[in-house]
Design a protein around this ligand. Structure first.
Ligand code: NAD
Length: 443
């Protein structure tokens, strides 16, 4: 099937590659000329395990193309995916300008029937807006071309995006049009061979399903962080509590890891957007507001512990920071807890020696060159002469470090662990001051 994908970000690029990999002919359109040029040279702008070979392979085979020529993109695909960003507006609601700009583009150039698919995360009612937008541009053009608008939210996880798209838990399709549903079924047929994963529903329910999923996951994290803060004060160990509750299948082990807050391009923005959407219809989304508040507060927990140990003035102190990305296996720094920590450390006068396996380039792009941030080539190098080690991201390579070496390199044996990677008692025996999250046993 011929498919066009507008937006080659994390979602668009991964989805396009996976669709091309099963044989569809996919044309990707983006407004970012530099990104398109790099992709045409086989250079992948983001880090995602397994993505680079898949893009190269399908690009070389001619099934995956990249262009800034929107008209050519519209002519190419029977299915037109909208996978552009929906960043927060000034008040936190989803900014639909990019989605609607693509709708305009499709309407301006279409001359054969299209199925327009909202892949971006968009508030309930957006498919109606996209439909109206396309209809009004077609009317202006005096063109009579059939089209349907479908909601098909994306549930991939950054860091495992390729695997998630190859073997999705579910494929949600929101439409009440039999023709559009049939086209979508055919498109996703290769991903349904083992078992039927498609869930068909009305458009508004599909739009809300995406927000409900992300808000539920964010709620689990904030709930657990609240428990961690209680455990800290009550002298309990949240890690024991986590194992104790996770064993109940009604609760499960997923997404109940306490830490220094959730980040990324989705949870913070989607929780906020649903709160604003609820406000807009006079509904006070009490749980979601608390989820957001707990998370904002949790992003300051590492700094609070650092102040507890060193006092407020960190002038002359050097902090070794392991992990900058908002989670492992990505270079994405959007809303990362590390950014809140860096700002607070700099404000208090500290200098940071940081290392991340994938997010160094992105960190450099965001912060540029500055005296109080040195990006180090290895996690070991980041330790040299630092007053303490702080962990923000649970990269696999940080899980079993050489503690003798850490002790030898740090000026003081202090670890602030934002992801509870280590055993507090074992570290205490080795002579470390160890601050975890909600472990009650800190120091
Ligand atoms: P992104 O910012 O990585 O990529 C968006 C791309 O769209 C950019 O390359 C940008 O240049 C391009 N673009 C903007 N306007 C355009 C236009 N008019 N025509 C063509 N291209 C245009 O965004 P992302 O992380 O891929 O997210 C896209 C959407 O998917 C968002 O709504 C997001 O909430 C949702 N989503 C993201 C994830 C995730 O993990 N990143 C997961 C599920 C859903």
């Amino acid at each position: 099937m011929k498919v066009t994908v507008f937006g080659v970000g994390y979602v668009g690029l991964v989805q396009a590659s996976v669709l091309a990999d099963v044989g569809h002919e996919v044309c990707c359109v983006d407004v970012d000329q530099d990104k398109v040029d790099r992709l045409n040279q086989g250079l992948i702008p983001i880090y995602e395990p397994g993505l680079e070979p898949m893009v190269r392979h399908n690009h070389d085979a001619g099934r995956l193309t990249f262009t800034t020529d929107a008209a050519a993109g519209v002519h190419h695909g029977k299915v037109q995916f909208i996978a552009v960003g929906t960043p927060p507006d000034e008040d936190g609601s989803a900014d639909l300008q990019y989605v609607l700009a693509v709708a305009d583009t499709i309407a301006r150039h279409m001359d054969s029937p299209k199925v327009v698919v909202d892949k971006s995360t968009v508030p309930v009612g957006t498919a109606d807006k996209v439909r109206q937008r396309i209809a009004s541009v077609l009317k202006e053009r005096g063109a009579d071309v059939a089209f349907q608008v479908v909601s098909n939210p994306e549930f991939l996880k950054e860091g495992a995006a390729v695997a998630d798209c190859m073997r999705p838990d579910r494929i949600v399709i929101g439409s009440d049009d039999e023709v559009a549903i049939e086209v979508m079924r055919e498109l996703y047929e290769p991903f349904n061979r083992q078992q039927e994963r498609t869930v068909i529903m009305d458009v508004r329910s599909a739009e809300l399903t995406k927000y409900a999923a992300n808000c539920m996951l964010a709620t689990k994290i904030s709930f657990m962080n609240e428990m961690a803060n209680l455990a800290e004060k009550l002298g309990a160990d949240i890690e024991a509590v986590r194992r104790g509750i996770g064993s109940d299948p009604r609760i499960g082990y997923h997404f109940i890891y306490p830490g220094c807050g959730y980040g990324g391009s989705c949870f913070p923005k989607d929780v906020q957007a649903l709160i604003r959407a609820a406000d807009g219809i006079g509904h006070d989304a009490k749980i979601l507001k608390a989820v957001e508040q707990v998370n904002d507060d949790q992003k300051t927990v590492l700094m609070r512990n650092i102040r507890r140990h060193f006092g407020d003035d960190l002038k002359g102190r050097t902090i070794a920071l392991w992990g900058l990305a908002f989670k492992p296996n990505t270079d994405d720094m959007r809303e990362a807890p590390s950014r809140v920590l860096l700002a607070a450390l700099w404000e208090a006068g500290a200098r940071v020696q940081a290392y991340d396996p994938e997010a160094m380039e992105e960190t450099q792009r965001i912060f540029g060159h500055r005296d109080n941030l040195v990006l180090m080539g290895t996690k070991e190098a980041a330790l040299k002469g630092a007053d303490a080690l702080v962990i923000c991201t649970e990269w696999q390579a940080f899980r079993a470090p050489d503690f003798d070496f850490i002790q030898q390199e740090l000026r003081q044996p202090v670890i602030f662990d934002g992801r509870n990677l280590y055993d507090p008692e074992r570290l205490a025996k080795r002579g470390f001051h160890y601050y975890g999250i909600g472990r009650g046993l800190s120091i």
